[in-house]
Design a binder for this molecule. Sequence first.
Ligand code: HEC
Ligand code: HEC
Length: 342
Amino acid sequence: MKRSVYLLLIGSLVLWGGTGCRKESTRLHPVTLRVPEGFPAMEQSLSNLDLTVEGIALGRRLFYDKQLSADVSVSCGTCHEQRAAFGTFEHDRSHGVFNSHTLRNAPPLFNLLWQKSFHWDGAYRSLTEEAVQPLTGSTEMGMDFERIKEYLQSDASYRESFKKVYGTWFIRPELVTNALSQFTATFISANSRYDRVKQGRAQFDSYEQAGYQVFQRQCASCHTEPLFTDHSFRNVGLPIDPSLRDLGRFQVTRIVSDSMKFKVPSLRNVSASANYMHDGRFATVQQVIRHYRYGIQRSTTLDPALQNGLTMSDAEEYNLMQFLKCLTDSSFLQEQRLARPN
Ligand code: HEC
Ligand code: HEC
């Protein structure tokens, strides 16, 4: 089935006056996102985003526009590539403007509205708040809003789009981040073989089924179904990288017991989104599992569930990897409405 099933058009709406300088009426097409079968309620509120077909299309154009970076070399889509479930394809960390390097691995982007916070350390609480960071960050796009505004105002078709979506000729920073967030909010991935099995439309083979049992026993306490994360911050015993000295959640809360804790990432699309962990130190899923089996480093904040590492046989490891492959949603990786616009 097509992914666009989640985008339900509920007709057109005529907006009069209201916010800001909206003087004329503008015909916009509101969009309602359907919660996929089996998913819990969303964590993020949609009321500030005001999803419309036109707003999402504007966000899509911005997401792929390299002109929004200081040396015109990167767009959001450069680090967040669709083929890698909107992570950086087979890189530990990503390249930003002027040959810079991000300090962390770009996480894949999907099911964002179900997240409580954003970034590996949970520094941001909403998508619009988050979107300021990559636009202005020196290792991402290195811009400031004056320059962004100047560029967008100088382009007639952007001017028209902003006018249409927001009813004003004045392009403010919060309109840019709103449009970007409207687009990323529609990155919904819920059509993997795992989902079809859950819906009774497919079956696991015997290896996958055995792997699912290993998963439920060893991994599901943190990578909880159906989102494959419980949104918590945990220390999984990775030896600290002395050149990065990244203390994770501690950097946000300054609470010592948060030291070296990072957000539990979803495992949906995990086979497509190498590299792994907050600094991209592992190139394969097997390396991650080997870390859980043999590599756990003890420290005061190490998660209690991992004190003795995770015990499994090689056969169980193999089965687990077969199960994790069932979490790939290939329709999401190819969906045209999320691709770079022509
Ligand atoms: C140079 C590479 C780069 C560019 C360009 C970039 N990002 Fe990111 N993005 C990252 C990295 C790295 C992180 C993780 C940061 C962290 O955890 O500290 C991230 C995190 C995010 C997250 C949080 C995801 C989560 O699950 O926590 C969102 C949302 C996001 N980026 C959206 C965007 C948008 C929108 C743009 C364009 C305006 C953009 N990014 C441009 C590298 C990039
Ligand atoms: C105690 C909680 C916990 C348990 C149990 C756990 N994980 Fe994780 N997992 C995490 C956290 C936290 C991270 C991110 C760690 C980091 O980057 O510092 C992570 C990262 C990962 C990643 C990297 C994903 C990415 O996008 O970078 C994979 C793959 C993974 N875990 C698989 C598993 C598997 C398979 C199991 C069971 C064998 C498991 N995990 C058990 C908490 C857990």
